[in-house]
Ligand binder design. Structure first.
Ligand code: SF4
Ligand code: SF4
Length: 111
């Protein structure tokens, strides 16, 4: 059994379960301070990029990492979604995805 691979698989499933809670209402994109007009640089855009990465193999680790580290983890998106929409934990998902990529890099012997 490859423990690290199992750990990554478990994290992937948890992250995707969280992402699938989103109903695509786009409300969180309106409160994200990093959204300067590009959907990809909003809270929902980051969640969508994570989904595309896992399900469609879109984007490199570096591209996704850059997008995720532009998030300030202010949690405005998460609080709004909890109060007015599906209760998706965007900020927690983004943080968990950062951890996933760090572990994956470690496993692959990257810095
Ligand atoms: S507010 Fe919640 S349900 Fe709506 S797009 Fe954002 S994460 Fe998805
Ligand atoms: S936690 Fe990140 S994605 Fe959510 S509103 Fe703040 S900067 Fe945007």
């Amino acid at each position: 059994m490859n423990t690290k691979t199992d750990e990554l698989k478990k994290m992937e499933e948890e992250i995707l379960d969280g992402v699938r809670q989103c109903n695509h209402c786009k409300m969180c994109a309106t409160v994200c301070p990093t959204n300067e007009g590009w959907f990809s640089q909003s809270s929902m855009g980051r969640i969508a990029a994570i989904y595309a990465y896992f399900v469609y193999g879109m984007g490199t680790d570096e591209e996704l990492s850059k997008l995720l580290y532009q998030c300030s983890t202010c949690r405005r998106c998460q609080n709004l979604c909890k109060a007015l929409s599906a209760g998706t934990e965007n900020a927690d998902i983004i943080i968990k995805m950062r951890q996933y990529l760090a572990k994956k890099n470690e496993k692959e012997g990257k810095k």
